[in-house]
Write a protein that binds this ligand. Sequence first.
Ligand SMILES: C[S@@+](CC[C@H](N)C(=O)[O-])C[C@H]1O[C@@H](n2cnc3c(N)ncnc32)[C@H](O)[C@@H]1O
Length: 466
Amino acid sequence: MMSDERTPIETPARIAPLPNLPVFHKLTGRKVVVVGASEGAAWKVELLQAAGADVVQLTDTWVPGDLQGAALAIADMPDRKEALRFVTAARAAGAPVNIIDQTDLCDFTFGTIVNRAPVVLAISTDGAAPMLGQSIRSRIESVLPLGLSAWAKAAAEWRPLLKARIPDFGARRGFWQRFTDAAWRGVDRTPSAEDFEALVADTPAARVGSVTLVGAGPGDPELLTLKAVRALQNATVILYDQLVTPEVLELARREAKRLAVGKTGHGPSCSQSEINRTIVELALAGETVVRLKGGDPLIFGRATEEIDACKAAGVPVSIVPGISAAQGAAASLGISLTERNTARRIQFVTGHGADGKLPADIDWGAMADRKATTVLYMPRKTLGEFVRKALAKGLDPATPAVAVANASRADEARVGGTIATIDDLAQALTPGAPVTVLIGWVARDLAEIPSPLSAELIAFPRAIAS
Ligand SMILES: C[S@@+](CC[C@H](N)C(=O)[O-])C[C@H]1O[C@@H](n2cnc3c(N)ncnc32)[C@H](O)[C@@H]1O
């Protein structure tokens, strides 16, 4: 409804009062004047150029004529009188004006933005709390997948094609509903022509969910990647291992279904084939499945079997890497895993073969290499045998070794000695806790610590790094 000049329409009661009206201004190819050479002015220039504006920056003086034909006028002018003169001139030229850091003189303000172009979010606190605005932005940044951009671009490309393929307006709405579901499910991959066809045809393929193998890191939730957090917040179902800590699971969406599929080594647990079957069935039923694994999913995580099962069933599968126990342990010990002259190679070795025994085909020559750092995963049952064999094959008995239990978690504990003593020392670590053993000269300073077989020394641990 239109209003004439004398009778302004009432504010509709269903909208709470707004301090400003957020609008998205088209600036492509339009003149925008920025006066000033400060950092604030430079930032505005960058932002305006990103929006396609034809920016005229005046770093020295300005005259009212400079504002002719400007779509917007911005100035950094601490001098209040000059700023007022600029405001008057800009308004006379018909350009809305912004004076940096003088909100009361502004016709418009710049919000804080989250850019997933063509999707753009702008946040304003109306000058009340700019830092709060920044922190809102960081929070949104951390949960809004970058891949959203590709799906929104695809939507723009597909829109005209769709009109030709589906002339009926109601049917097109159905397409866009399916598109939206597919975008969230497939947000970690780029949409393809096949996606378009499947969505147009509304075939079951269009309703297929996805599986993402996500690295949960060694336990500290702060060690998750942004992508892992986003995947957790996007998941409808999460299948997690026993090594995944409750703090990491906390980061998932409240409504997500959580299924424990932990393999404890003994006790009841899902078999690998049951896990493969379950992730595939859930994805085929349209669920966004996260398969959450301790550490990095690609290191001793049986990822290949799950990837193959998904591929065989035509289920889209993607991977979010994580911090492995080796890196988590080394970081809390405060040591490097490589060193230019002393450790030129890292080798990750499992102490637990398919039959639960020490694998028979370990390359013992490599284990005895003085210039390698060896990280032994799942060492608890076979450490003694590993040590005996490594020493027999020539590993120097003085080689430093550190065993770390519950790396990166609040109850982390470590014992340090040499390869010859590490098996005895490791017996003192909490039974059942995950343990990783680092072997090599990179740990020489830690290994000089006297035998830590007393309770205090076993709890010493965090003191080493500090
Ligand atoms: C099945 S493997 C999984 C490895 C995992 N994918 C990774 O990248 O860390 C399990 C072994 O990882 C090691 N591990 C995992 N988390 C650990 C932690 N927080 N502290 C010490 N070792 C850990 C232990 O050796 C454990 O027996």
